[in-house]
Design a protein around this ligand. Structure first.
Ligand code: FER
Length: 247
């Protein structure tokens, strides 16, 4: 494992590169955590290791305001995460050992995965949004995020939910994002994995995304939660089976 920072215009993004055993050249999968998440979460490590077991290197990166990367959580927005993601993709393309590129992300990182896949469609052999939180823009426009209602036409300076504090700019940005537009721009293979007892993201969004993508497989994990607390091994199995069936 190699630990380092990827520089996004002065913002340092904390990264870890894990190589599969016994290879010189191999594919690389970028792996992104969710909202309030980080690269050492159990489900993030598990999916990363599953890729390594399939001969694919993984680059886990923490986005703005998360983990050990620069930036305050309160000030993160989806635009910042998108530009972070573009910087990570640019970095990954400079690595000589990389044969093909994949991207995988959980929840808000799954939404980011969908946006980046559409924006950089030529770069990815396949994309893996895990429980993608692509209802966030709809929620932002409807006036409810994190279970907190607000007037979507007159945004609060700050959104507070329990201990969490988010700038109103998070909402402003989210209101402008239309994931469907990016979903339909990516034609390659897509794997979506989500539990049917997900308490954070409605399963209807995974089903809708699977319909909108030209080439998507949806694996629903029975009884599982947002972070796959019950059947993580079914998630890693689905990931392994998916990458092994790609030519
Ligand atoms: C929300 C529901 C879910 C929300 C964010 C999430 C900011 C993200 C969840 C995750 O990434 O795990 O209302 O609002």
């Amino acid at each position: 494992m190699k630990e380092f920072y990827i520089n996004d215009d002065g913002i340092r993004l904390h990264a870890k590169l894990d190589m599969p055993e016994g290879v010189e050249k191999c594919p690389l999968c970028i792996v992104i955590h969710g909202f309030t998440g980080h690269m050492e979460e159990r489900h993030i490590i598990a999916v990363s290791e599953a890729m390594n077991e399939c001969g694919i290197a993984t680059l886990r990166v923490e986005m703005y305001g998360h983990g050990q990367s620069d930036g305050e959580f309160r000030n993160h927005t989806l635009y910042k995460w998108v530009t972070n993601g573009l910087a990570v993709i640019d970095y990954a393309k400079t690595l000589d050992f990389v044969t093909d590129l994949y991207i995988m992300g959980h929840s808000q990182g799954g939404l980011l995965t969908m946006l980046l896949a559409g924006m950089c469609a030529d770069d990815f052999k396949a994309v893996i949004p895990l429980a993608p939180a692509w209802m966030i823009p709809d929620g932002a426009r409807a006036g409810e995020l994190l279970g907190m209602p607000y007037d979507p036409k007159h945004l609060p300076e700050e959104l507070a939910a329990g201990e969490l504090r988010l700038s109103g700019n998070y909402i402003r940005v989210a209101q402008t994002i239309h994931p469907e537009d990016e979903i339909v721009r990516y034609d390659g293979p897509v794997l979506i994995v989500q539990g049917d007892a997900d308490e954070a993201v409605p399963l209807s969004y995974a089903k809708k995304a699977a319909e909108l993508y030209k080439n998507a497989k949806l694996v629903v994990i029975p009884g599982d939660t947002h972070c796959y607390d019950r059947h993580l091994e079914m998630v890693t199995e689905a990931v392994k089976e998916f990458v092994q069936t790609l030519e």
